[in-house]
Design a binder for this molecule. Structure first.
Ligand code: ZN
Length: 475
């Protein structure tokens, strides 16, 4: 879903064009000086969070050194504004251990990224959002636990009258594919650093990306959704999410959901941005991250791998688990198991990470599994045989006057077959190391099957049944 923040008066924006750089830029608010990082720095707090990226096209100019202070001034205004609107919540920013400080908005982990695309790639009316998403992914910004606020610094076509864009996406607790983008060109970026339009645009798009009004129009929903534009409320121009805003509008004049009935702190059953895990819950007693989930195992089941772990400790539950395969998040679950199909010989690295109910991330635990083989090390060597042998395919029974002879095809196991259990009428009657077994004919009657087991004790599936009947003899 596309969300647009329109400039209601294009003329006004053009008039403002000469003051793209603020006259009142504050200094010394960012603790990183002018150090640029094209990647996400190590996190101070592990939690779902907002990461901010300053981005410019490949043929653009890196104005990070000039813009970093006004950007910080606006984000500080956004941070203070949100706390002022709701004393129980704060935007959870991605912070870094910067040289001058490690807490507060001054420690914001602000990245500066030169995009692969040039000005033309982002200036037309094409899929700018998708292009930004893919360019940022190529630059390494793929963490599903972070939403990105992108400050795009490049010229673009203003005929579309759009100063920001965001995409909503459920589940609301995940960050993947949720960008909030604002443009810092001469029209939309005018007043940067003054707590005006760019700050309004930033928090407007961030609120969209936290799924405000995203499920409007499906039965019961926000009462003031705009006709024909259900992603915005139309009850008041002062509302943060009103569809358009004037250049020069101070953030201080905006209200987070006028009437608290459409998207924030409302009493309806639809999604409430106040519940977003990308907001810090200042009123929650849950202050500690969960521990890593202990006891991660990976076992082979027919055609699949079954991951299992034990519940992670946390000061206040419940705990959820993020499951990753080769760095890609597969699911977030409250369960203690996860399975997926895996072909024989296919190897993947799995990670399970704990996450508590307020969005704090705990430790993670990792395991490598090769389909049909078991748990393997980095070099592919077998560490633990957690895959049972292949079942016995052909079980044959031969009977003569004195004995029953059972034979079967040998099972296969990466760690080695240790033997076979022989069953009659679902009761184990013998264990043998070789694929053959015999016993006196007087004990031959019954339904027979065989299960192989490996050196690690994994029991394979049963062979097909062979039913033996013994006729009574008259002598
Ligand atoms: Zn909007």
């Amino acid at each position: 879903m596309r969300r647009r923040l329109l400039l209601a008066a294009v003329g006004l924006a053009v008039l403002a064009a000469a003051t793209a750089l603020p006259a009142t830029a504050r200094a010394g608010t960012w603790c990183g000086g002018t150090a640029e990082s094209a990647t996400d720095r190590p996190d101070v707090v592990a939690a779902l969070s907002w990461h901010v990226v300053y981005a410019y096209p490949s043929d653009g100019v890196d104005r990070f050194p000039q813009l970093v202070e006004p950007i910080l001034a606006d984000l500080a205004a956004v941070d203070a504004w949100w706390r002022g609107q709701d004393a129980t919540r704060a935007i959870r920013w991605d912070l870094a251990a910067l040289p001058a400080c490690t807490t507060g908005i001054g420690a914001l982990d602000l990245s500066a990224v030169k995009l692969v695309g040039d000005t033309a790639a982002f200036s037309g009316s094409g899929d700018r959002y998708g292009r930004l998403r893919s360019d940022l992914a190529a630059a390494g910004f793929t963490d599903p636990d972070k939403k990105l606020l992108v400050l795009y610094d490049g010229a673009f076509d203003h005929s579309v009258r759009e100063c920001g864009i965001a995409r909503t996406g459920f589940p609301a607790t995940g960050g993947a594919d949720s960008l909030a983008v604002i443009y810092l060109d001469t029209n939309c970026g005018a007043g940067l650093g003054g707590g005006e339009f760019p700050a309004v645009a930033a928090v407007h798009e961030m609120t969209h990306a936290m799924n405000a009004l995203a499920d409007a129009g499906t039965g019961q929903g926000p009462p003031h959704a705009c006709p024909g534009d259900p992603g915005h409320p139309c009850d008041s121009p002062n509302d943060l999410l009103y569809p358009s805003s004037q250049a020069g509008t101070p953030l201080a004049s905006k209200v987070l959901d006028v009437g608290r009935d459409d998207y924030y702190g409302h009493s309806g059953s639809w999604w409430d941005v106040q519940d977003s895990l990308f907001l810090e819950r200042l009123d929650s007693p849950d202050t500690q991250p969960p521990a890593a989930p202990p006891g991660l195992t990976a076992r082979g089941i027919p055609g699949a791998v079954l991951l299992g772990w034990q519940a992670a400790a946390d000061d206040i539950g419940p705990v959820f688990y993020e499951v990753f395969r080769d760095g890609v998040q597969l699911t977030v679950t409250a369960a203690l198991t996860y399975s997926e199909t895996i072909a024989a010989g296919e190897t993947h690295g799995y990670v399970v990470r704990s996450r508590d109910a307020v969005g704090r991330l705990g430790g993670s635990t990792a395991i490598r599994f090769a389909g049909g083989i078991g748990v393997v090390g980095a070099a592919g060597q077998l560490l633990a045989d957690t895959v049972p042998p292949t079942p016995v395919a052909r079980l044959r029974a031969r009977i003569n006057r004195v004995a029953l002879l059972l034979t079967w095809s040998a099972a296969i196991d990466a760690g080695g077959v240790a033997g076979y259990r022989v069953y009659r009428d679902d009761r184990a009657v013998a264990t043998t190391r070789v694929p053959a077994f015999s016993l006196p004919v007087r004990r031959a009657a019954g339904a027979w099957y065989v299960r192989p087991f490996d050196r690690a004790g994994n029991l394979g599936d049963p062979s097909p049944l062979v039913t033996v009947t013994v006729r009574a003899r008259v002598s």
